[in-house]
Design a protein. Structure first.
Lengths: 243, 322
């Protein structure tokens, strides 16, 4: 386990040095929040003020883009380059690589979530009880785990030349239909309800407006987490011979 | 280390037992049986596509044999690799980008149950001067040396190298083998794949010649040369009968172009006397010794011909192909 953690730490250090990763997971949500939140001061979404909704949406999108750009493409590339084979020759357990990727993804999500939530508090004027802040951060972090599993599945399933369009397609479909760019209504909301991205936002807004968490929403997120984890395990297994 | 001493009495530390690997109908490795003993420096020699990399991949638990069994240090390859007793460098082994050489070597040394000091590893691999450089900014030869460093980060009993000196120039290659010899001087076993014949001749004390996934020859460089027919006889002969010539004793390989005959023989005297005793009077007789390179080409060429046609005879119509 120590080796796996050392590898995870190295992955965190690498992600910290990667500009593309920082732009997608931190700069993009921060800039969008700074620009959009003041414009929509008098609008509300999902029963809360726009500044509160958009804070949750931007924190989620930071976690989501971080997982996909940080992990899916890198896993695919590192498999092709042979780094994954190289690691197989060490004393690390066979699953160390994937575990380290997921751990690193979870760790590097923290700053982006904390920064966006802090922006919501001090720039967007969102005032909440401490436990609600923690619950919101916790649910977004659970979302980050779901996205990390998805990233592993995509990274193992697709070669580097196809992984980018696939990741982008999944990214835009799940973020737009999940209501991370704008609050949904009508038929889009009906579709979106099935997605973990939508349910994360709704749990967050529900916590703010009523202080309750819908068990159905948690169930849907856990269902996606289970499905993505299974896809990831299948994808990793199917490449066991070639790595 | 106690199990290392047990292996010193001649128990094989690596054993391939009738190992086969089939990919989509192609037999990449076709019934390979071989044993390695402690302290040996063994070259796996063969042309591209001979099955060298596939054999090493199976030894390192990266691929599973279709049939047969591989044992290493008394266990299966996977557990032997995980125990840290094997240090390996693959042709296809990549490096983690975006970190420095020192960070990478330190990281991988940390995975080894018996790591060596990082500075020592950097020095031995000849990359002490590159320690602060980023891994993804290195040249091909430099990358190759970093890969080598990852194979020697810990105290392993067996070192496996797949074509370690490709992408190296002659000087770097010589420096590499000087370092390598120091590595194995302490009783470590070395198995390396190569298609450089002089490399196998100079570095190895045992050579395994492999072609089309099969083991063709196994012996010291001197034995390999003898086995291949260390002498070549060439002469001209009118009205020759190929089938007649193919029956000559000690003949390993026969090539006929018009009236020019070239024979590779393990015993040139015997072959030549038999030719004369049969009543032939060849002209322009020449007999000369072959180097390992020609011996190796002869062994694999004979094998390729043997698979294509039963007779060990090649008719060259253009050029002096061997």
């Amino acid at each position: 386990m120590n080796g796996t953690l050392a590898l995870a730490l190295a992955e965190v250090r690498r992600l910290g040095r990667n500009k593309r990763y920082s732009i997608f997971s931190v700069a993009l949500p921060v800039v969008l929040y700074l620009v959009v939140a003041p414009q929509a001061r008098h609008i509300s979404a999902y029963g809360v003020g726009y500044a509160a909704y958009y804070m949750i949406a931007m924190a989620s999108i930071g976690a989501f883009s971080g997982a996909l750009t940080g992990n899916a493409q890198r896993i695919s590339q590192e498999r092709k380059d042979g780094w994954v084979r190289q690691l197989r020759l060490t004393s690390l357990p066979a699953n160390a690589y994937v575990l380290a990727k997921v751990i690193a993804s979870m760790v590097t999500t923290v700053p982006s979530v904390v920064i966006v939530l802090a922006l919501g508090r001090f720039y967007g004027g969102v005032h909440l009880a401490t436990w609600k802040w923690l619950a919101i951060a916790g649910i977004i972090w659970l979302g980050a785990l779901t996205f990390a599993a998805l990233a592993v599945a995509i990274g193992y399933r697709f070669a580097p030349d196809t992984v980018q369009p696939v990741a982008m397609l999944v990214y835009f479909a799940m973020s737009i239909l999940g209501g991370l760019w704008f609050a949904l209504a009508g038929w889009m909301q009906k579709i979106g309800q099935a997605l973990p991205t939508y349910q994360i936002t709704r749990i967050g807004t529900g916590l703010i407006s009523g202080g309750t968490v819908s068990m159905t929403s948690i169930g849907i997120i856990l269902g996606w987490l289970a499905a993505f984890t299974m896809l990831a395990v299948l994808a990793v297994r199917s490449t066991a011979e070639t790595l | 280390m106690s199990s290392g001493l047990m292996a010193a009495d001649g128990t094989p530390i690596v054993a391939f037992e009738d190992v086969r690997k089939v990919y989509g109908g192609v037999r990449a490795v076709d019934g390979l049986s071989v044993e390695l003993r402690r302290g040996e420096t063994v070259a796996l020699l063969g042309p591209n596509g001979a099955g060298k990399s596939t054999s090493l991949d199976m030894l390192l638990a990266l691929r599973r044999p279709t049939s047969g069994r591989i044992r290493m240090f008394g266990s299966d390859p996977y557990h032997a690799v995980k125990s840290g007793r094997v240090g390996a460098m693959l042709q296809s082994g990549g490096l983690m980008p975006e970190v420095t050489v020192r960070e990478l070597v330190t990281l991988v040394a940390g995975f080894h149950p018996r790591p060596l000091p990082v500075d020592q590893t950097l020095r031995r691999a000849g990359i002490a001067g590159l320690a602060g450089r980023r891994v993804d900014k290195l040249s091909g030869g430099q990358t190759q040396r970093v890969r080598f460093a990852l194979a020697i980060v810990g105290e392993s009993d067996l070192i496996v190298l797949d074509e370690p000196t490709t992408a190296m120039d002659v000087e770097t290659r010589q420096a590499f083998w000087a370092n390598m010899n120091a590595e194995v001087a302490g009783g470590r076993t070395l198995l390396f794949a190569t298609h450089y014949l002089e490399e196998a001749d100079q570095a190895a004390d045992r050579i395994l010649v492999i072609n089309q996934g099969r083991l063709l020859a196994d012996g010291t460089p001197a034995q390999i040369k003898a086995r291949a027919g260390a002498k070549r006889i060439s002469f001209r002969l009118d009205h020759l009968d190929p089938a007649d010539l193919a029956r000559l004793p000690a003949l390993v390989h026969l090539e006929i172009r018009h009236d020019l005959v070239q024979i590779q023989s393990t015993d040139s005297d015997r072959t030549l006397y038999a030719l004369l005793d049969a009543g032939h009077r060849p002209r322009e007789i020449e007999v000369f010794s072959l180097g390992l390179e020609q011996a190796f080409l002869a062994i694999t060429a004979a094998d390729n011909n043997h698979t294509a046609a039963p007779a060990r005879t090649a008719y060259a119509h253009a050029g002096e192909a061997t």
